[in-house]
Design a protein around this ligand. Structure first.
Ligand SMILES: Nc1ncnc2c1ncn2[C@@H]1O[C@H](COP(=O)(O)OP(=O)(O)OP(=O)(O)O)[C@@H](O)[C@H]1O
Length: 590
């Protein structure tokens, strides 16, 4: 139950020591004051009784006591306000802190983690719940301490009446506690187990209510169907929720009856003791108050404990996520022994995690500095996968990739990534300004306007950017005010310019870079591309033979294997698949 308490406390403490101390002090104050109030209450009643019995009533004593009680009540109110204020402030700070921790961890993860649905569940759960749980745990811990102090002071006062009264006070709450603990565990298991459904709901929300999904949802009239699916998930989950809620509250009521019975038993006992003059009227008032408030303190402590149990369960999720091991296969090297060897794949095979078939099978190839390689092949033949391995988004399952004569795993990822400029088919369309969209290609120069312009020239984006009223400072996308949407080809030009931001990169990888561009732009892009990549290694993936044919080396892939290789003329002469596809395309233009 307390497994993560100290970590949560540490987290809260390191977020704001001042607020934590304030919270702790106020909690203690709020814990002690109620007993003091009860005690003064007893003095007041006894004072009144004595004054009534006396011949000459002395009211000042009682009035002073009343004043003291009023001050104590103000003290309680002030400390409770203070507690709630410091809790709100801590909540905001902690929420931010935990979210940043979650995102920082996300930055260290590998692509494969995000594609693993179980892990993704953990991430989603952590994001949904974890930011509020550490504070809640600390609040409950403090609340428990506060109630424990109140209770011990009550117990000390009650003890003088009878030790059994103390036993009744504490014992009556225990059954509710065990029930609560059990039900919190059930609630957590439900939460954890149904995470895929909740994720599906979130996904449906995105598809139905976000700009990029809306077009198809409308045209294909998917709306009602998706909404129905959304409702069905809710209904299914609600049935379970209802069952748990009813059971939880039903048992809560029945067990609560037990404590009420115990309370009234004690009530009878105290009243009889007063009538038989064993205790004074003031003492009776105090004991009754102690019992009544003691009961709520007991049930508050027990709820706090079962809440702590629940918080711990949720936090286990966060800490499991944060503790996810990220294998560090990072080397140190920033240069290789034989730069003339360029890129080499030696017997490289790869299967995606959980996939039965290999996406790449025994790939051997070499690209020397200044050479260009084009990859062609049907959809799903493994072209993009090959690029993902080269850029170390994944590690080969067998074989090794070398750069400058040094295995990729010995390279520092930083150095490697600096040398590679890449544009993927599914490049990012950031809802930032045009300039940042291009600058993102090299974070060191993300704000460097001169570099944006040069990259945009090479990527053919400059002409349309310069036509926009705010030029490079135009906000892109529709999510933010004043944002401008681009056409598919324009986005692609932006992405291409982004790849060209890496002016020092000597490996350029373009995965379908011009699929959405008009013919003139495409021709111009490749003109620029050839000029700017003379002594670089370039890898181009394209289904258009007009762009592929100029490459020094063309590789035809099928089912993850290389089936043909050579330059354009050699491959045509071979009369294989390349020649066949080329003729098909050429025929289309005749
Ligand atoms: N993230 C992934 N997880 C699991 N399997 C994947 C993943 N990405 C691709 N695959 C599978 O790996 C195989 C190769 O995919 P890849 O994306 O490399 O093909 P491609 O040749 O680039 O295709 P295209 O011409 O359509 O872009 C395909 O069978 C695909 O289903």
């Amino acid at each position: 139950m307390f497994r993560y308490s100290h970590r949560a406390l540490h987290l809260v403490w390191s977020t704001s020591p001042l607020l934590t101390v304030v919270l702790a002090v106020l909690t203690l104050t709020a814990g002690i004051l109620p007993a003091a109030i009860a005690w003064v209450g007893q003095l007041i009643v006894d004072g009144v009784v004595a004054a009534m019995a006396a011949e000459q009533a002395d009211t000042t004593y009682v009035l002073r006591l009343l004043g003291a009680e009023a001050l104590l009540v103000i003290g309680v109110a002030a400390s409770q306000r203070g507690i709630s204020a410091s809790q709100s402030l801590l909540r905001a700070l902690l929420g931010q802190r935990v979210n940043v921790m979650i995102l920082e961890k996300a930055l260290t993860l590998q692509l494969a983690h995000f594609e693993d649905s179980e892990f993704y569940d953990k991430l989603t759960q952590a994001r949904r719940e974890a930011s509020s749980r550490p504070l809640s745990l600390v609040n409950r811990t403090f609340g428990l301490v506060q109630n424990a102090i109140t209770l011990s002071s009550y117990a000390a006062l009650l003890y003088s009446f009878s030790p059994w009264a103390v036993v009744i006070l504490i014992g009556a709450g225990l059954p509710s506690f065990f029930a609560e603990a059990k039900f919190s565990g059930d609630a957590f298991r439900l939460f954890r187990w149904r995470s895929p459904e909740t994720r599906m709901q979130m996904y449906l929300e995105t598809v139905i209510a976000r700009e990029d999904g809306v077009k198809e949802v409308k045209l294909f009239q998917l709306g009602p169907r998706l909404l129905q699916r959304y409702r069905d998930i809710f209904n299914k989950l609600f049935v379970e929720d209802r069952k748990l809620t009813l059971r939880r509250d039903g048992w809560g009521f029945v067990l609560g009856l037990l404590s009420t019975a115990a309370f009234y038993g004690a009530y009878v006992w105290i009243v009889i003791a007063t009538i038989s003059r064993e205790i004074t009227l003031g003492a009776m008032t105090m004991y009754l108050m102690l019992f009544r408030q003691g009961q709520s303190a007991v049930s508050a402590s027990l709820t706090a404990i079962s809440g702590m149990y629940e918080d711990n369960l949720y936090l286990s999720n966060l800490y499991e996520y944060l503790a996810q091991e990220v294998p560090n296969r990072d080397g140190e090297a920033d240069r290789g022994p034989e730069p003339a060897r360029g890129i080499e794949f030696r017997h490289v095979s790869f299967a995606y995690p959980g996939a039965a078939e290999k996406a790449l099978d025994d790939i051997n190839l070499q690209i020397r500095p200044g050479q260009s390689l084009a990859l062609v092949g049907e959809n799903g033949s493994g072209k993009t996968t090959l690029i993902k391995l080269l850029t170390r988004l994944y590690e080969p399952t067998a074989g090794e990739i070398y750069l400058d004569g040094l295995a990729l795993s010995d390279w520092s990822v930083e150095a490697l990534r600096r040398r590679v400029g890449v544009i993927f088919q599914d490049f990012g369309r950031y809802q930032f300004s045009v300039g940042e969209n291009i600058g993102a290609g090299d974070v060191r120069y993300i704000d460097d306007e001169a570099r944006w312009a040069t990259a945009a020239q090479t990527g053919m984006a400059a002409p349309f950017i310069e036509d926009m009223p705010e030029g490079y400072h135009t906000q892109l996308g529709r999510w933010f005010k004043g944002g401008r949407e681009l056409s598919g080809g324009q986005w692609q030009k932006i992405a291409l310019s982004r790849a060209f931001m890496r002016s020092e990169a000597d490996i350029l990888v373009l995965d379908e870079p011009t699929a959405a561009m008009d013919a003139a732009s495409e021709a111009a892009v490749f003109d620029h591309f050839r000029q700017s990549s003379r002594d670089k290694m370039t890898i181009l993936i394209s289904h258009r033979f007009s762009t592929v044919r100029a490459a020094d080396q063309i590789i035809v892939m099928q089912h993850g294997r290389i089936v043909e290789r050579g330059d354009h003329n050699e491959l045509l002469a071979m009369g294989g698949q390349y020649a066949h596809l080329f003729e098909l395309q050429a025929k289309g233009y005749q």
